[in-house]
Write a protein that binds this ligand. Structure first.
Ligand code: NAP
Ligand code: MG
Length: 327
């Protein structure tokens, strides 16, 4: 079993006198910055004067420009969207990094695919909470934390791992548990997971089964309940105790039907496609495709968003969710 790190494995003392520059005050930025400050760290926020600037001020920070934050920070934590990190790094951060500083990430994309190439005389680490920012903040305030993974890509100071563990502790993660990974492993598994089962595969499976029922003449509302709404009940069981636990908690009929039919949906052919998708991730083909999509202003993504919103399953769901009584 991989080693899990907890509070006792991490020492906040190694960050004494150090400044943490958080670049971006969005979903992760606001949560990690506030948790770190509440853990006693010296945090400065680097932003472009815009919407999230006001939120940072509201939360008691005195934001500065990205250049100034990067110059002040012993640690520079990149918490702006992945697709703009390289541009911002090259224009505003690179020249403000000093020997022995640490460049820090919550996702390995830009390092793994060489979109950002830091100088050799800085440390490069990752502290990635395994949960959305809102939860990172809420669980911290409740006295606990969201689990995280850490990784060290460059260790010029010899202190990179100790620092990564301390920063994970500061956001509350070592209260829950921290695993060590590499930038490559985190990035490749993250992209694969979101493309294949979590977001891509799951969304298409729901849509295809919804459409199959509606095409066969069943009421769309009933189809929606069956194929989309109930999925959470099943994934809650799977998360709580694994797949066999789920089977034990559905009816024998559901179990027999599911065990015998599921393998007809996900076949060796499907698995071969999964392997293909993993290869596209590992080779950098996906990363290049995505960067070029971003550079062109995301025309395909915008088109797919428009098509998605027009689909029957969205309209049916919107109507149904409004009709539910709350509480
Ligand atoms: P996000 O919320 O989309 O980031 C928003 C922040 O970035 C805002 O402060 C925004 O400022 C700033 N920003 C946007 N465009 C900018 C630009 N062109 N120049 C300068 N600043 C800009 O990002 P996120 O979802 O927290 O993701 C940050 C990192 O955490 C990513 O590496 C991501 O993979 C990783 N991560 C995210 C989650 C999650 O829960 N979302 C989970 C794990 C890891 P304005 O408001 O002023 O535009
Ligand atoms: Mg992910």
């Amino acid at each position: 079993m991989a080693k899990m790190y907890y509070d006792n494995d991490a020492d906040l003392g190694v960050l004494k006198g150090k400044t943490i520059a958080i670049i971006g005050y969005g979903i992760q930025g606001h949560a990690q910055a506030q948790n770190m400050r509440d853990s006693g760290l010296d945090v400065v926020i680097g932003l472009v004067k815009d919407r999230s600037w006001n939120l940072a001020v509201e939360h008691g920070f005195k934001p500065v420009s990205i250049e100034e934050a990067a110059a002040k920070g012993d640690f520079v934590h990149m918490l702006i969207p992945d697709e703009i990190q390289a541009d911002v790094y090259n224009k505003k951060i690179k020249d403000n990094l000093k020997k022995g500083n640490t460049l820090m990430f919550s996702h390995g994309f830009n390092i793994r695919f060489n979109k950002i190439v830091p100088p050799k005389n800085v440390d490069v680490i990752m502290v990635a909470p395994k949960g959305p920012g809102k939860l990172v903040r809420e669980t911290y305030l409740a006295g606990f934390g969201v689990p995280a993974i850490i990784a060290v890509e460059q260790d010029s100071t010899g202190k990179a791992k100790k620092n990564a563990l301390a920063l994970a502790k500061a956001i509350g993660a070592t209260r829950a548990g921290v695993l060590e990974t590499t930038f490559s492993e985190e990035t490749e598994t993250d992209l694969f997971g979101e493309q294949v089962d979590l977001c891509g595969g799951c969304a298409e499976m729901i849509k295809a089964s919804f459409e199959t029922l509606v095409d066969a003449g069943y009421q769309p509302e009933i189809a929606y309940f069956e194929t989309l709404h109930e999925l959470k009940l099943i994934t809650d069981l799977i998360q709580a105790g694994g797949i066999e636990h789920m089977w034990r908690n559905v009816s024998n009929t559901a179990e027999y039907g599911g065990r015998t039919r599921g393998t007809r949906i996900i076949t060796d052919k499907t698995k071969a496609v999964m392997k293909e998708i993993l290869e596209e991730v590992k080779s950098g083909k996906f990363a290049d495709e995505w960067m070029s999509e971003c550079a062109r202003g995301m025309p395909n993504l915008n088109e797919m968003r428009k098509d998605g919103a027009d689909q029957q399953i969205e309209k049916v769901g919107e109507g149904l969710r409004k009709m539910f009584k709350k509480g």
